[in-house]
Design a protein around this ligand. Sequence first.
Ligand code: AMP
Length: 113
Amino acid sequence: MESVFSKIIRREIPADIVYETESILAFRDISPQAPVHILVVPKQSIRNLFAAQKSDQMILGELMLAAAEVARQQGLGESGFRLIVNNGEAAGQTVFHLHLHILGGSVLTPRIV
Ligand code: AMP
């Protein structure tokens, strides 16, 4: 089932895009939970980590490196940032297209782990 992120990737609905490569897109969350709140998504649709296959190893690595690069570009290189991946409904996943949340720009609370 297609998600809203596929539409953003195809430019069918607008988003505040901050970073793009051949395989990855990053854009600002529509409902930010921190001064910097950016979603990093693979252009290929993977439902979540449970759906990821061995053949997705490369894109999963690219996602992590892209998150660090986006955070750097957003000025979080010194202060740091938090990365969140919600997997499944109990974790609060609402959009079923794998994505990393980059959160930063202030001291982040509450700290769960
Ligand atoms: P999750 O709850 O981990 O699945 O995260 C989904 C995130 O996508 C939420 O933080 C939403 O605010 C965000 N979101 C939903 N629709 C859009 C959209 N059209 N543009 C940007 N962010 C969105």
